[in-house]
Design a protein around this ligand. Structure first.
Ligand SMILES: [Zn+2]
Length: 399
């Protein structure tokens, strides 16, 4: 007896959420293109498109006042169907933004805070500022993306190890945002969100990118095959705390000795500048001050940045040999002095990496510059709330 085996093209996108993704990412703009890409019947495509239009996520070309030259019946992703909130918390500054579903900024706010501030002091203030930003925003908040320095547990939504944000480890972050919006909170490391910002209109054309966060601390965001890698415990890319011989037994702020940060992190450069020079009129408290000096022509500050790039490059070379990225993107405060910093990075990388791994390698400044943190936090939230699974779940509950 012949056994009938039912087969289903599991690889082909089939749900409404998957169809929305095809439209949103520009792979399909009409129902017939959706049919061709999915193999679904006319009736099935129509049903899913109508579910998406009822939910306000898709619009049909001819129903729009301006179709922007699209053919009649063209499907358009409605980026105004909701907003996401971005919360990029750094050691001394928090940047906030409200973004539409295409990642365009609708409102923003940035404020400095004291180094060492705890969650109970900072987060109620952040929540209040977000509520103020939402005052003139009508669409519903679909999600909140938050970044912190250090290692984050993305499942439980908390910090599990940050040498710079003491007092934050193990603290549940979502409850602080309960009053702002009835929306899920997604958390990630600050270098990971920098990597995500490059996927949003940046080096996003490239599928394999290493994104360096060169600021007070040093971190690495890894994009491989178009996805951000965070690792088994979320600690991927913590290169600042790699032990390097050149650091000897210098004490690091993480409690260990001999970390890369002790000779190349912004905090270490600021300390060296303060101890080895006395001719600076302006106070140098932050790596941004040091970068400003370098841009004004200070040769000592320029030398420090180049040295930092060189030391980072020693460790980065290993990552380049492992992952063969198309580009190394430099973000963080030191990226403002890109030329000086990258000169050092190149020196080590070309000396230590395999020729094939560096043959087409590009060095680029972060696409979104000083805004990269909030853009990346927005991208983090968007990736979650617009994922096919999340869209399908929202359609199923009528939300
Ligand atoms: Zn360390």
């Amino acid at each position: 007896m012949t056994q009938v085996v039912e087969t289903r093209e599991t690889a082909a996108p089939a749900t409404a959420g998957e169809l929305l993704e095809l439209v949103r990412t520009g792979r399909a703009a009409t129902r017939s293109q959706l049919r061709a890409l999915t193999g679904l019947s006319r009736t099935a495509v129509t049903a899913r498109v109508s579910a998406l239009t009822s939910a306000g996520l898709l619009q049909i070309g001819e129903e729009l006042a301006s179709t922007g030259g699209r053919p009649p019946g063209a499907l358009v992703f409605n980026r105004h169907a909701g907003v996401v909130l971005a919360v990029a918390i750094g050691r001394s500054r928090s940047q906030l933004a409200v973004l539409d579903l295409d990642g365009q900024e609708l409102a923003a706010d940035s404020r400095d805070h004291e180094v060492g501030v705890g969650p109970d002091e900072l987060l109620p203030d952040v929540a209040g500022r977000l509520t103020a930003l939402l005052q003139d925003v009508a669409p519903p908040v679909l999600g909140i993306g938050l970044s912190l320095p250090g290692t984050l547990d993305s499942v439980r939504g908390l910090s599990i190890g940050s040498p710079v944000m003491s007092g934050w480890d193990g603290v549940q972050l979502a409850p602080y945002f309960g009053e702002v919006a009835d929306a899920p909170l997604f958390v990630a490391n600050d270098a990971d969100v920098l990597a995500r910002s490059e996927l949003l209109g940046g080096a996003g054309v490239l599928d394999d990118v290493l994104v360096v966060k060169a600021s007070t601390g040093l971190g690495l965001g890894i994009v491989a095959d178009g996805r951000v890698l965070s690792g088994h415990l979320g600690a991927a890319g913590e290169i600042g705390h790699t032990t390097v011989d050149a650091a000897g037994d210098l004490p690091c702020r993480c409690g260990a000795t001999g970390c890369l940060e002790t000779i190349a992190g912004g905090w270490a450069l600021v300390a060296r500048l303060a101890s080895e020079t006395d001719h600076h009129e302006q106070p140098v408290d932050h790596v941004r001050d040091l970068v400003a000096l370098a841009l004004q022509g200070d040769s000592f500050a320029r030398g420090l940045l180049r040295d930092s790039g060189r030391e980072l490059g020693e460790v980065l070379a290993v990552a380049i040999n492992l992952l063969n990225p198309a580009a190394v993107v430099i973000g963080g405060d030191m990226a403002a002095a890109f030329d000086f910093y990258v000169a050092g990075v190149r020196e080590s990388v070309y000396r230590r990496s395999a020729p094939l791994a560096t043959r087409d390698l590009q060095f680029l400044p972060a696409t979104h510059g000083d805004r990269a943190g909030v853009v990346g936090c927005g991208a983090l939230a968007l990736d979650h709330v617009l994922s096919p699974v999340a869209v399908d779940a929202r359609l199923a509950t009528g939300g």
